[in-house]
Design a protein around this ligand. Structure first.
Ligand code: FE
Length: 209
């Protein structure tokens, strides 16, 4: 089963239920629609994978920051201005030629909001949550990622306490790039572990949405 095979009727159904709930809460005066709009705008515009990409680029460029990220990811990430809900207890896991890390929340959809924004629909799908554990290599294949034979695959299960950030391997031939140029090679999926960083020379247009 492909991850994109989540039946649309399910999403439509969920959409209707969310709308019905929102209407009820607004009618009863429990929530302010403007406040909801601000919250959504925050996570759609201001908070997103571009935050995480800055963290990764800094870790690639500065060994001292990389060490800090490995020791205390929450503090290192907060030093760049990214903290808050669902980012209180961050752990960074570093991909190497020997080990590739991938993140899932088998229970629900725990995700590091301050660095990645809101989780994509597939991350919350039952298919991903079960298959990431049962058949991680075939999940990677669905995402177009094939690891070298000898690379070990580790899957991390997020919890309410801990949120993981995958630090992808720095692409070859990027020694001369500035931090902002490095950040442009870091995709959202590469920080979940379902993708790799883009090769040097990739244009911003080729980034995953
Ligand atoms: Fe969860």
């Amino acid at each position: 089963m492909s991850l994109s095979a989540e039946p649309h009727s399910h999403l439509d159904d969920m959409d209707l239920r969310v709308r019905a709930l929102e209407t009820l809460l607004v009618e009863k005066g429990y929530v302010d629609p403007a406040a909801i709009d601000r919250l959504i705008e925050t996570y759609e515009v201001h908070v997103g994978p571009h935050n995480g990409a800055r963290v990764i680029a800094r870790a690639w460029a500065e060994p001292a920051f990389r060490d800090w990220l490995a020791r205390d990811a929450t503090a290192a990430i907060a030093s760049l201005g990214y903290s808050g809900r669902q980012g209180e207890h961050m752990v960074a896991v570093f991909n190497t030629p020997q080990t590739h890390h991938m993140v899932v929340c088998t229970l629900c959809s725990c995700y590091p909001w301050p660095v990645l924004g809101l989780p994509p629909a597939w991350y919350k799908s039952a298919a991903y949550r079960s298959r990431a554990v049962a058949a991680p290599r075939s999940v990677l294949a669905d995402f177009g990622v094939t690891l070298p034979e000898g690379t070990q695959l580790r899957v991390w299960d997020s919890t309410a306490e801990v949120r993981y950030l995958v630090v992808p391997m720095r692409p070859e031939g990027t020694e001369h790039l500035r931090e902002s140029e490095l950040a442009a090679l870091v995709t959202r999926d590469s920080m979940i572990g379902t993708g790799l960083a883009l090769p040097a020379g990739s244009t911003p247009e080729s980034r995953a949405p």
